[in-house]
Write a protein that binds this ligand. Structure first.
Ligand SMILES: [Zn+2]
Length: 279
């Protein structure tokens, strides 16, 4: 089994704010304006942790967060970069398609300016993938040919080619040990609702030659959605949980793979779109 790890670099505890396309941050007493301090606290620590266990990762960066954290972004030099909108826009809800494409382009330009590197993948904010994503990505003018804005489970846990020569590297989802729905995002773990071992259980649903794709949010190390900003000690515990999950998987034989290598695999795999109308 291959193991691909992806991390979203968002504004802290992002939320949709009614009446605007830009996301806000969960209100901790000072309104819903975007905050970046939790992501800022955790970013370099996250990168160091991944380095220390030898785990490659792709970071999907919002343009505005990359600008806000420009002094910290150097720690991502060793990792792949993707785009996650400029202002964490919901690209599928009450936003004209041309504006949605422009927002992604804006995010791409911002991340490129800050890092001096060219982002090579896309993940839609809220995982709300625009329809006909290959045509959408073409409209952004970014040249991006890799998307990771879908979920896949069980026997479908493989990268696959979407119509329009875009590689889809879907995030794994499935069923937890207790029988409930489970996402490959570490959301539930950081909210205290799943122990690290549950992700090893999820891994068992992925075929031996399949690809387990896990995901996390940088801010979630420092801030719980439900209970607010954590102490240094509690934040470190969350980082340790992530490292525990990833190390357990590698110890069990999962082979770390970069997102770009997984995207190359997409063109070799028969995916869910194979055999269907591929126009
Ligand atoms: Zn996001």
């Amino acid at each position: 089994m291959k193991l691909v790890f992806t991390v979203d670099l968002d504004r802290d505890a992002n939320i949709e704010v009614p009446g605007q396309t830009e996301a806000g941050s969960a209100d901790r007493g000072e309104g819903t304006a975007p905050r970046f301090s939790s992501s800022g606290w955790a970013l370099a620590r996250y990168a160091d942790m991944l380095d220390s266990i030898g785990m490659p990762a792709a970071f999907f960066c919002e343009g505005r967060t990359a600008e806000a954290l420009k002094d910290e972004m150097g720690c991502l030099d060793r990792f792949e970069l993707g785009i996650h909108g400029y202002d964490h826009e919901n690209l599928t809800h009450r936003i004209p398609r041309a504006e949605a494409a422009a927002a992604v382009r804006h995010g791409f330009d911002a991340v490129k300016d800050v890092t001096g590197r060219t982002p090579s993948a896309f993940r839609a904010p809220y995982m709300h993938q625009p329809k006909a994503v290959a045509a959408f990505l073409r409209d952004t003018g970014t040249g991006i040919l890799t998307d990771s804005s879908m979920y896949a489970s069980g026997p479908g846990s493989f990268p696959f080619a979407l119509p329009g020569y875009v590689a889809e590297v879907p995030v794994t989802e499935g069923t937890g040990p207790e029988g409930g729905a489970m996402s490959g995002y570490f959301w539930a773990m950081h909210e205290g609702k799943r122990p690290p071992e549950d992700y090893s259980f999820l891994a068992k649903s992925v075929p031996e030659d399949g690809t387990l794709v896990l995901a996390d949010h940088v801010w979630h190390i420092r801030e719980s959605r439900a209970s607010g900003v954590r102490s240094d000690e509690d934040s470190q515990k969350e980082l340790d949980f992530v490292s525990e999950v990833l190390r357990a998987l590698m110890d069990a034989g999962a082979e770390p793979e970069t997102l770009s290598d997984a995207a190359s695999d997409a063109y070799m795999n028969p995916g869910p779109s194979d055999g269907a109308d591929s126009e």
